[in-house]
Write a protein that binds this ligand. Structure first.
Ligand code: 13P
Ligand code: SF4
Length: 310
């Protein structure tokens, strides 16, 4: 007898063809969603893929700001997000009106915003960055211009360290990456001598200082493939382990633990999407992402600047 999951997968494949749809999935999605996706990537790769697709429908298996970004870049396509409440603590930390007030206090500054923000915040920004191009984006700006960086203070601090460029930082954090425990990471390193520590720059500096490789999800995946070590401690959302293990079945991947005895290293927003919701989104073409055209055009400008730098 065919299992329920297999039945859903078959129905998703049928609907993809019927609707001329593609599924784009972030590495933090459940493995069963990654397995039905046409493309899996980090935030930058997903934005690039969304821009170039000819499909009529983009099912975005990720969070709201990512689906919104797809719509900004490819407005003639229908973009659906399996769960409209799949938000992001970074995007929530920075409402557009508060960013506008901060900008007003610093009229000389350029605004660099991490892609984990709303369309309203993008529209107020001079340029967008992702975790894979943030250094490059900041280095591309005129040296005599002061910079406001929003909303992730950890990524901002990391970029300041790498570039030597002073920036004023919005004080947002990712609820997943701020949760990793330095104490438990050190204990794990002790138990696994020789393990390479891979960390996302959204982690706190106390964790980043113990990392061997710091980078976006795709950079960490690549490092897990190219580094000859046999064991890796992974300080980012554990959804990425699915592709790491698939690419290197003989290597050991150990998720970095959170401080408490919780599953709070899993992103509760990303995990709102389920295979069933992906199926319903494909079938009903809802919930759809829409936005006023003037907002879209204002948010597009800093996105295009970023894509030109990338
Ligand atoms: P990247 O996709 O750029 O690695 O960022 C990770 C993340 O937290 C996305 O929400
Ligand atoms: Fe936002 Fe963090 Fe979840 Fe990424 S992992 S969507 S940054 S809350």
């Amino acid at each position: 007898m065919i299992s329920k999951a297999k039945h859903i997968e078959a129905e998703i494949e049928r609907l993809k063809k019927a609707q001329n749809a593609i599924i784009l999935a972030h590495y933090y999605q459940d493995s069963e969603i990654q397995d039905v996706a046409d493309f899996i990537g980090d935030s930058l790769q997903l934005a690039q893929e969304a821009k170039k697709t000819n499909a009529d429908v983009i099912v975005f298996a990720g969070v709201h700001f990512m689906a919104e970004t797809a719509k900004i870049l490819n407005p003639t396509r229908k973009v659906v997000l399996p769960d409209l409440d799949a938000g992001c603590s970074l995007a929530q930390s920075c409402p557009a009106d508060q960013l506008a007030a901060w900008k007003k206090l610093h009229p000389e500054h350029l605004v660099v915003s991490y892609i984990n923000c709303t369309a309203g915040v993008k529209a107020l920004s001079d340029i967008i960055c992702t975790s894979s191009n943030a250094e490059k984006v900041v280095r591309s700006l005129p040296a005599d211009k002061p910079i406001l960086f929003a909303p992730d203070r950890n990524l901002g601090a990391y970029v300041m360290k790498q570039t030597g460029r002073k920036m004023d930082l919005w004080q947002g954090t990712c609820i997943v990456h701020e949760t990793f425990s330095e104490r438990k990471l050190l204990a794990l390193k002790h138990d696994h001598p020789g393990a390479v520590v891979l960390a996302h720059p959204e982690c706190e500096p106390t964790v980043l200082r113990h990392a061997d490789v710091i980078g976006s999800t795709s950079a960490l995946l690549k490092a897990s493939q190219t580094n000859p070590a046999r064991a890796f401690i992974v300080a980012t959302e554990p959804g990425i382990l699915h592709q790491m293990q698939r690419a290197s079945p003989d290597k050991q991947f150990i998720p970095a633990p959170p401080e408490g005895n919780c599953a709070c290293n899993e992103c509760p927003y990303m995990k709102r999407n389920t295979l069933e919701k992906v199926l319903l989104a494909l079938r009903d073409l809802t919930p759809e992402i829409t936005m006023p055209e003037d907002l879209r055009l204002a948010a597009l400008r800093p996105m295009e600047r970023m894509l030109a730098v990338s």
